[in-house]
Design a binder for this molecule. Sequence first.
Ligand code: ACO
Length: 321
Amino acid sequence: MVGKIIGTGSYIPEQIWDNEKLSHMVDTNDEWIRERTGIARRHIAGEEETTAYMAAKAAETALQNAGMKAAEVDLIIAATISPGEIMPCTSCEVQKRIGAVNATCFDLNSACTGFLFALNTAQAYLGQEIYHTAVIIGAESLSHLTNWEDRGTCILFGDGAGAVVLKASPEGRYTQVTHSSGEKGSVLTCTSRNQPKYVENSRAPETYMQMDGKEVFKFAVSKVPEVIRELLEKTETDSGKIHRYILHQANERIVKSVAKRLGEEMEKFPVNIADYGNTSSASIPILLDELNRKGDFSQGDLLVLAGFGAGLSYGASLLEW
Ligand code: ACO
């Protein structure tokens, strides 16, 4: 059994902060941000738009797209590094909001690789016939973890949520390759605000996302092509047969570099980072939803999804639409 994607959905907060706005907050400018990252604007969640709210909206639209009722869902996994609440978990909040009364729910944290790892986890459950239908969500309120005084990071991130509905099917393909490099974890960090030492000074710099941008960049442009090649070899799939490579949207230059290193045309590597910035675990499902709604996928198309981020962690999955 394989979990086939039968529906996609997303939720994007209404409020937009463009590069011009950021140039009044830190010493930066539109030209620099566009050239170095490909980002033009990002969406910032309003007070009501919590991570769980956005996740539930994305799940609802994905279920509508799939033509499925919430009560038919067996499993909900939400990938997030920015839950509004530590407990209850975001996926239980989603269950309550959408009425998925029969679902088992849990969250998964693997930063920008989170959605991919959640999808892999669901595939394992569906493959074993433990569950038959699943909603997999990536949802982030990164604006709460962003230091809006640090130009090295604040230009990159945005808020949003994306979701897919999976249904177990005897036909189709799904293969994954994943890796983690915990020893490199210090290049991309964010400390919990609940650490006793931060109670007095609740917004110490460590409680915002901090990164060594150059190291993350180097890691991404070397490891992503490597893991994609590993996946293609494992599945004995010719790269020419891949319809689209859906990469985590961290920086347009990373996507271009991966395409070049793989010797592939950029048109196979869709990019939407200009409108959303880096939404961590939400970026892959948001992009999937955009392409699905444009009618970009046909039955039988082979897609490669690739995620990478804090941990460090990275992986790629091959699936048949
Ligand atoms: N505006 C204007 N100038 C800036 C800005 C800014 N926002 N930020 C840095 N600069 C300056 C620097 O001070 C430096 O100036 P100098 O040459 O006078 O010293 C110059 O621009 C170049 O800075 P670099 O840091 O070398 O810029 P780089 O080209 O490496 O781009 C960036 C930085 C965009 C952060 C890049 O390294 C990157 O995208 N890295 C990957 C980030 C990433 O993907 N992170 C998230 C991973 S996903 C997750 O798990 C959350």
